[in-house]
Design a binder for this molecule. Structure first.
Ligand SMILES: C[S@@+](CC[C@H](N)C(=O)[O-])C[C@H]1O[C@@H](n2cnc3c(N)ncnc32)[C@H](O)[C@@H]1O
Length: 252
């Protein structure tokens, strides 16, 4: 538990009887699986397309909340190489993978902050853009976290959020990975990827449990909109993506 602004926050992953998903066990396998997931690659491209249309300055200040292995910051740096990036994530395993990618890119400036989003201390009006992809469901209480994130945005700033809000259907995803992998490779290749990355499957089963137990927030698109609006965001665009499992919103 952590005290922030007079409210007791549930820092969920530190609870003994809390979520079963272990992000650090996920970390070494995360990118291997993302590479075989066209829906994940579509989200990266989607954000890059938005970046090309938004008039952000070359030296914009951009935060990625729950930045994981750094894929979204690396993608954004293709479009805005001189922006100043802040990566926030509590998991050391995820951050280690991200740091090694940022080091390879050399030219980008990234400040990696290893902390819970519920208790990280960020001055108000720090960022021109905040990105938050597939993290909100795990950051309880969601409303308080979103209110804090909104204050970190500059008055004209944008919030790009994607959130996984539906039940995890392991067989549906397995079938999807099988089809998309054998389209480019072979069935044998799929089996090898599956065996090498079985920990990823185990952690997804844990995520399925965490949604069922209510540790993770399952939501409809309308519930997602209501939460964003009630925490002070003005929603400019809202639609589902990621094979219908995620909601995407662009907010001011
Ligand atoms: C599904 S991954 C998404 C990573 C990245 N945004 C992406 O889409 O590739 C969720 C990330 O959120 C981080 N995370 C979960 N709960 C968190 C919390 N309370 N505070 C900070 N980071 C958290 C995890 O460590 C993990 O890296």
């Amino acid at each position: 538990m952590s005290e922030v602004e007079g409210e007791t926050l549930l820092v969920s992953n530190s609870q003994q009887d809390g979520p079963h998903l272990k992000w650090s066990a996920y970390a070494p396998k995360y990118d291997a699986i993302c590479a075989y997931n066209p829906a994940y690659q579509e989200n990266l491209e989607r954000l890059k397309d938005y970046l090309r249309t938004w008039e952000l300055s070359e030296d914009a200040r951009i935060a990625d909340l729950g930045a994981g292995t750094g894929n979204f910051i690396c993608a954004m740096s293709d479009v805005l190489p001189h922006a100043s990036y802040t990566h926030i994530d509590f998991d050391p395993g995820m951050n280690t993978v991200a740091r090694s990618k940022y080091d390879q890119l050399k030219s980008i400036e990234v400040n990696v902050i290893q902390e819970y989003l519920q208790r990280v201390s960020i001055p108000d009006e720090s960022f021109d853009l905040i990105v938050c992809v597939n993290v909100l469901y795990a950051v309880a209480p969601q409303g308080l976290f979103l209110s804090r994130a909104r204050r970190w945005l500059k008055p004209e700033g944008r919030f790009f959020i994607i959130d996984f809000g539906r039940k995890v259907k392991i067989f549906d995803w397995g079938w999807y990975f099988l089809k998309s992998t054998i389209r480019k490779h072979s069935f044998g290749h799929f089996v090898r990827v599956l065996v090498d990355n079985y920990e990823f499957v185990r952690q997804n089963k844990n995520a399925q449990h965490d949604f069922e137990m209510g540790y993770f927030w399952e939501h409809s698109t309308e519930e997602f909109r209501e939460l964003l609006t009630s925490t002070g965001f003005s929603v400019e665009e809202l639609y589902t993506c990621y094979r219908g499992y995620c909601d995407l919103a662009i907010c001011r």
